[in-house]
Design a protein around this ligand. Sequence first.
Ligand SMILES: NC(=O)c1ccc[n+]([C@@H]2O[C@H](COP(=O)([O-])OP(=O)(O)OC[C@H]3O[C@@H](n4cnc5c(N)ncnc54)[C@H](OP(=O)(O)O)[C@@H]3O)[C@@H](O)[C@H]2O)c1
Length: 310
Amino acid sequence: MNLVTIFGGSGFLGRYVVRQLAYKGYFIRVVVRNPNAALFLRVYGKVGQIELISGDVKEEKNLLAYIKGSDCVINCAATFFETPSQSFKNLHVNAARNLAKAAKEEQVSQFIHISSLGASPKSDSQLLKSKGAGEQAVLDCFPKANIIRPSLIFGSEDTFFNRFAKLSSISPFIPVVGSCTKFQPVYVDDVAKAICSLVEDYQHERYLDLGGDEVYTFKELIDILLDEIKRKRIILNIPFFLAKLIASTNDFFRLISGGIVPAFLTLAQVKSLENDNLVDSKSENFSDLGIAPKELKIILPKIVGRFNRS
Ligand SMILES: NC(=O)c1ccc[n+]([C@@H]2O[C@H](COP(=O)([O-])OP(=O)(O)OC[C@H]3O[C@@H](n4cnc5c(N)ncnc54)[C@H](OP(=O)(O)O)[C@@H]3O)[C@@H](O)[C@H]2O)c1
């Protein structure tokens, strides 16, 4: 096993995967839309160990060239917001399918696809629906693929704790949608470790749900955050019907502005918050890989320490 090609390697999770693989001595090819913005990945490896290639996973005709000679392909490419040039379906279903097909054709021996807890073709959320359909599309083309389904991921570059910590520094209120929805937050480096261990000891057709050992509601997560950064804020529970109205309005203005209006709340996000985000006890998980996930409370000070008032 020599060459691992990763799509989405510059993202929040992808960079930790690149770092872990580099540490283990793999050669890594990272396919990114903007290689200049991904140059920081180079320092994770020795000279020549990490190659950056300019490319888009949606470019079906180039996929064979991108993955040529790879022993393993990892797909971390995803989006949380649709844009005029990138729909959930295009990226999470069609591109994932094309990549799995190309990997099969190139006789790549390992394919690891990153999905999401709660992903299901039957989900009401367009995001989770596309992720669920993407899993199926990958397995149809590459039946021996491994599928990873993390819960909410935390780490220094996460959008969850950083976003709410920032908000708490400018607002006395923290609006929360789905305050009772439960999560099993998982540390980004543990997910990367899990992916790396699958590469090292690949077994066919694995389906892993990755969550931390503790279960928290959305409100409890905000309470823990506020406690950590020593700020007292009023947590406002936004009922789902109101959140859907706000999100639909935001989606509409983003659509007619061609993506200029920022996505602060989308309908897909709101709908994904209607259900708990917990690991299925029947699926494989961290314990099957011999990994003990780190606790949120141990890592959180490193993530939001700079927001701490004391
Ligand atoms: N973060 C979480 O809490 C969480 C929870 C559950 C599951 N997940 C899953 O974990 C995976 C990684 O998520 P993340 O948090 O790391 O997301 P992220 O930070 O948004 O990273 C996504 C990556 O995909 C790349 N990408 C997007 N469109 C692409 C395209 N057309 N061609 C090539 N690359 C493209 C992005 O590169 P650009 O710079 O070019 O945009 C970026 O490197 C995703 O499958 C996500 O669904 C994440």
